[in-house]
Design a binder for this molecule. Structure first.
Ligand code: ZN
Length: 465
């Protein structure tokens, strides 16, 4: 039975429904947060912090520097970038002490300032390509009618990076970004990135509107568009992924390459296309900030390019898409509850005590390994309904059933969710300590991505029914 990401997220205590009511006060939560500002609960806080850890470490391992920039800026910054002229209707503006400020709609201007300061101070020691990463919170105004759950919001966090490079390194850089995207999707989210599941969409300018809708000169656009087409051909050559170009759909500051993935659509039983990662050229910001001139002084060359890129895009939207496409089945490393140990009660008091004692010991052992594990119990006649509810509402990647047989033999049958078959697989271990091998198995993909997996032993026992 299909359910939307809001209901799914609510069951796992990932988010608070904006239409539910604040007790005592009697108004809806959305009345206080305002539209498009999702309020995450404890499961959501947990998922997001683990995701931030993994993404941060992943980017550091791939040669990015990490920054965190202010949420607001004086509009002088966005005057300089051109956003105030080209993007004003999407910006939240504030007046403070007679000065105008904007809530950050994009992280890029700050990243350029940081880069310029480094280049000026440390000159040739700052090597290109230079890559700077931020899990940057941005706010963009969208009409309230267009907002939808986590899919379309006004405040969101981008896995945002900016790359500063010379022309000769552009193609390698785009290729490596595509490789990074593939690693994250396949190893963290178990989404295959292949010719069968992914396409590249190239967005080009409309030549007749350059100078109006699209900033810059015809010549600048030609160079950037030629480069982006070559990059698409190169990705096609290496990864076999197809591409198509659309005229007139570029950003106002440059052409872009978006990765479009086909994900399951449980509502229809078919597939649905989603934009996942994006890589965008920008010849506007370097010119506005006179970066080219600066690099000529400090590094002795002027062929500087700036690229914006995101692998997931907006974390909020991505979570919404993922929850809906896979109906709440999160990767092991992100699951709010990773293991449930179910004691199956027979109604015979003494035996049930031993069963529950053993179930508790197993859960305790897992918690000692910093797994988010809870023990629960169910009367044997109600077992199948309970299993169904566990699998469709809480989605623990590990489910262990403890009955009389397990207590007597000490042997434990583990149901571990296997993403390659999209079902549970049974692994039997001889003793509690052997559960370590199951944990290793569950963590192996993320381990290949970033080394030791993050341990966040938050226990959300209250979720268990
Ligand atoms: Zn940017």
């Amino acid at each position: 039975m299909y359910r939307d990401h809001i209901d799914i997220g609510y069951d796992m205590d990932i988010l608070i429904k904006p239409t539910s009511r604040v007790p005592m006060i009697g108004r809806e939560y959305g009345h206080f947060t305002g539209p498009g500002n999702p309020l995450f609960s404890l499961g959501g806080g947990l998922v997001r912090s683990i995701l931030y850890y993994i993404l941060t470490r992943f980017h550091i391992l791939h040669g990015y520097y990490v920054v965190e920039t202010p949420i607001i800026a004086r509009t002088t910054l966005y005057k300089l970038t051109g956003h105030l002229d080209f993007y004003r209707e999407n910006m939240f503006l504030l007046d403070i002490e007679g000065d105008q400020y904007a809530i950050k709609p994009m992280n890029c201007p700050y990243h350029v300032l940081i880069f310029m300061n480094l280049v000026e101070r440390y000159r040739g020691k700052i090597k290109l390509p230079f890559k700077v990463f931020e899990l940057g919170k941005v706010h963009r105004y969208e009409i309230s009618g267009a907002l939808k759950g986590l899919m379309r919001v006004r405040g969101f966090t981008q896995d945002d990076a900016h790359l500063f490079t010379r022309e000769r390194d552009i193609r390698d850089l785009f290729l490596s970004v595509f490789g990074e995207l593939r690693e994250i999707y396949e190893k963290l989210f178990h989404i295959s990135i292949s010719a069968e599941t992914v396409k590249l969409r190239i967005s080009l300018s409309d030549r007749s509107k350059i100078g109006e809708e699209f900033m810059g000169s015809v010549e600048e656009w030609s160079v950037a568009e030629e480069n982006i087409m070559k990059v698409a051909e190169e990705i096609h050559r290496v990864y076999k992924v197809d591409f198509y170009a659309k005229e007139g759909e570029a950003a106002f500051y440059g052409p872009k390459l978006d990765v479009i993935a086909q994900l399951p659509d449980p509502e229809t039983g078919g597939v649905k296309e989603w934009q996942i990662g994006t890589m965008q050229f920008d010849f506007n910001l370097p010119r506005r900030f006179q970066l080219t001139k600066l690099l000529e002084e400090t590094h002795g060359f002027s062929d500087l390019y700036m690229i914006h890129r995101a692998l997931l895009g907006s974390i909020e939207r991505f979570l919404g898409v993922y929850l809906e496409a896979y109906q709440g089945r999160l990767p092991y490393i992100l699951s709010p509850i990773q293991a449930v140990v179910v004691g199956i009660k027979t109604g015979r008091t003494e035996e049930d005590e031993r069963i529950m004692g053993f179930a508790e010991r197993v859960a305790e052992y897992l918690r000692g390994r910093e797994v988010r594990a809870v023990a629960s119990s169910i009367d044997k006649p109600h077992l199948s309904g309970y299993i169904r509810k566990l699998r469709t509402q809480l989605h623990p990647p590990i489910i262990i059933y403890i009955g009389r047989r397990e207590v007597e033999s000490g042997r434990i049958s583990v149901n571990l969710y296997d993403f390659s078959i999209r079902n549970y697989r049974r692994i039997t271990v001889e003793k509690i300590e052997d559960l370590d091998s199951v944990i290793d198995e569950a963590e192996k993909d993320v381990k290949s991505l970033i080394g030791n997996p993050p341990k966040y032993p938050v226990q959300l026992e209250y979720l268990i029914f």
